[in-house]
Design a protein around this ligand. Sequence first.
Ligand code: ZN
Length: 149
Amino acid sequence: MALFDPKAKVISGYQKAIDDRTTSIRKYYDEIGKLYYDQYKDMKVDNTKDINTRCEAITRLSNEIEDFKLKILFERGLKKCPNCGTENSLEYGFCFKCGSKFDEDSSKEPKTDFEKAEAQLEEAKEEEAEQASEDAAPEEEKAEDKSEE
Ligand SMILES: [Zn+2]
């Protein structure tokens, strides 16, 4: 009987995220082809804007796929050398192939752009909440006083 590997579930989740994005990218490529066809079939049509938004989406999805690939590597105890792309063990301080130095964060779990943005938003919210609770505190007391009267 094979031992259950909890990492397998996490990795298959990331793999699914990659597959979903790959499907979306194919769909956008198809749409771009159609938009180009319509534009060149009839020179009065200008689909530049629609084509641009799809190009941006493909770039974003491709970046996300790279992030998820790094996360899968991390689950397997590996990281990629930013210089030569060779997979190294997480604890290595230098790439065993090209000798480039890894920065300190390289052994931590890589974050996707989405997670980075979310963390920033969370931080901003916490600061805002702190600010708000400081400002709101006296008002709350006033409101309570009124209801008791
Ligand atoms: Zn390297």
